[in-house]
Design a protein around this ligand. Structure first.
Ligand SMILES: Nc1ncnc2c1ncn2[C@@H]1O[C@H](COP(=O)(O)OP(=O)(O)OP(=O)(O)O)[C@@H](O)[C@H]1O
Length: 239
């Protein structure tokens, strides 16, 4: 599971993540929602040890990410699907990652199959991939170490409607098998379709958090509800 407690991050005089707390229990998908610049990526970077909080803590499977003995086997991460070397093929990318994680090379091929990149796409250079293909490769990389936890920044970005449906199914099955998923998005409708729980942030502060069914109960217009949540002043904002 993932536990964030009062996470805070400042850049210069600006607090971009302000006292953010949430829990992602095993067996659930948590959607982390907010508009551009809300602080989602910064929070995910703190959860995955890429950025050090100015205050607060984040743990994955009970430990701060940097203290996990074999992090790739515990948590699969996709923060930037375009971060892969463009000169390697999809298969080479996964094979190399498999050797670094010390998983059998055959697992790389299994992942290519799983994410729909087996065959010709596996032999293409990643630099030639569409954004949707990069997202698929990123998911394959995240799943390579057979982790219990997935942390994904905007995984639906660049996927076509079919791809989005595929991604939902994959994440649902992962969670139904006991896994923990935390994924970010700008789009409430898209996330509400798969997430059991939602954490909505704006201006670095949590605006709403809880079970999706409870938060959305009686809300006929998701867009309007989301707009209200993310533009209203947060409770106790005067500080
Ligand atoms: N390295 C940095 N230095 C200075 N400011 C930063 C840095 N990284 C992020 N920020 C600022 O922190 C704020 C939150 O950014 P963040 O990327 O976490 O938002 P986000 O919710 O992921 O947005 P988006 O949906 O656009 O990706 C923004 O105002 C951004 O400009």
């Amino acid at each position: 599971m993932i536990e964030a407690t009062s996470l805070t991050r400042r850049y210069g005089a600006t607090t971009v993540v302000d006292d953010v707390s949430f829990t992602c229990p095993p067996g659930t998908v948590t959607g982390f929602l907010g508009p551009n610049g809300a602080g989602k990526s910064t929070t995910l970077r703190m959860v995955t040890g890429l950025s050090t909080p100015d205050a607060g803590t984040a743990t994955v499977a009970g430990l701060p990410f940097r203290r996990l003995p074999n992090p790739g086997r515990v948590v699969g991460i996709m923060l930037d699907a375009s971060a892969q070397h463009g000169g390697r093929t999809g298969r080479e990318t996964l094979r190399l990652a498999a050797s670094l994680l010390d998983v059998p090379p055959g697992r790389a091929d299994d992942m290519l199959e799983l994410v729909g990149l087996a065959g010709r796409p596996a032999r293409q250079r990643v630099g030639r991939y569409s954004l949707g293909m990069r997202q698929r490769l990123g998911i394959g990389l995240a799943l390579l170490g057979d982790p219990d936890v997935l942390v994904l920044d905007e995984p639906a970005n660049g996927l076509d409607p079919d791809g989005i449906r595929w991604m939902r199914g994959l994440l649902r099955r992962f969670a139904d098998g006991g896994g923990t998923v935390l994924l970010s998005s700008h789009l409430l409708g898209e996330v509400a379709a798969v997430a059991d729980r939602l954490v909505v942030i704006a201006g670095g502060r949590v605006r709403a958090a809880g079970a999706t069914s409870e938060l959305l109960e009686g809300q006929d217009d998701l867009e309007e509800y989301y707009f209200r949540l993310t533009t209203a002043e947060p409770a106790g904002a005067a500080r």
